[in-house]
Design a protein around this ligand. Structure first.
Ligand SMILES: Cc1cc2nc3c(=O)[nH]c(=O)nc-3n(C[C@H](O)[C@H](O)[C@H](O)COP(=O)(O)O)c2cc1C
Length: 216
């Protein structure tokens, strides 16, 4: 799959790709993704991010057990009661549920995971997340540009201690996301989001910015 170069097209089609083939992903592509990740801004340019590439089936399986348990105990029941988010039809939401469940059962089968971590002595703050999620988004965009599917996942944090032990993270290192990466079974499509006028305000909270200009 050749690199795609239109950034806006890439952003509009970087969806959570949860159905992945188990085929291996070349390390050269993983390196490219990580290189995109470390271009991201981070507080004070201190670069306390660390990335653990996980291919070991045994480690992935240990984490998947908790990922599934978190679904069964927390996420699944919550999904059943929730309404479709803005810009998403009921049918698309039902399809998303099915994909979420699929990833739950097949999390460990993604050929490679990137675990995005921060090494810091202090308790995590909002700034901690702000210094790793830009890198995570860069990596999602890079994966998409390379024709690879990925999803930002954080559910393992419901069993943070257990999963970080399974990942072998040393003291002072915490995980912020696991990105399961692989060649997608399906096709990339546009993301579904609500209209801008409902979330962007001008000068006064609640007054839409550029309301109605493009119907969005
Ligand atoms: C903070 C955060 C945590 C997320 N955690 C998970 C997760 O654990 N499992 C999962 O399948 N998707 C997870 N997602 C993906 C979202 O469910 C997804 O971005 C959202 O449903 C929109 O889907 P789309 O980008 O395909 O339109 C997470 C996304 C974010 C931003």
């Amino acid at each position: 799959m050749p690199d795609k170069s239109d950034l806006f097209e890439i952003m509009q089609t970087t969806r959570a790709m949860r159905r992945l083939k188990p085929d291996p992903v070349p390390d050269a592509l993983i390196r490219k993704i990580i290189q995109a990740g470390v271009c991201a801004p981070n507080g004070g340019n201190s670069q306390r991010w660390r990335f653990l590439i996980v291919k070991d089936a045994r480690i992935k399986r240990q984490v998947q057990v908790y990922y599934k348990r978190a679904f069964d105990e927390v996420i699944g029941p919550r999904y059943l009661k929730s309404a479709p988010p803005p810009g998403v039809t009921r049918e698309a939401y039902v399809r998303q549920h099915a994909a979420v469940e699929y990833l739950t059962d097949h999390f460990h089968e993604a050929p490679v995971w990137i675990v995005a971590c921060i090494e810091e002595a202090m308790a995590p703050t909002r700034w901690s997340g702000a210094s790793i999620y830009p890198a995570v988004q860069n990596m999602l965009l890079a994966a998409r540009a390379l024709g690879l599917g990925a999803t930002l996942t954080t559910r393992h944090l419901l069993f943070e201690k257990e999963t970080e032990a399974a990942l072998g993270l040393p003291p002072g290192v915490h995980s912020y996301a696991i990105l399961p990466i692989g060649y997608p079974m399906g096709r990339f499509g546009p993301v579904g989001r609500g209209p801008l006028k409902e979330v962007v305000y001008e000068d006064q909270w609640g007054r839409p910015y550029l309301s109605g200009e493009d119907g969005a």
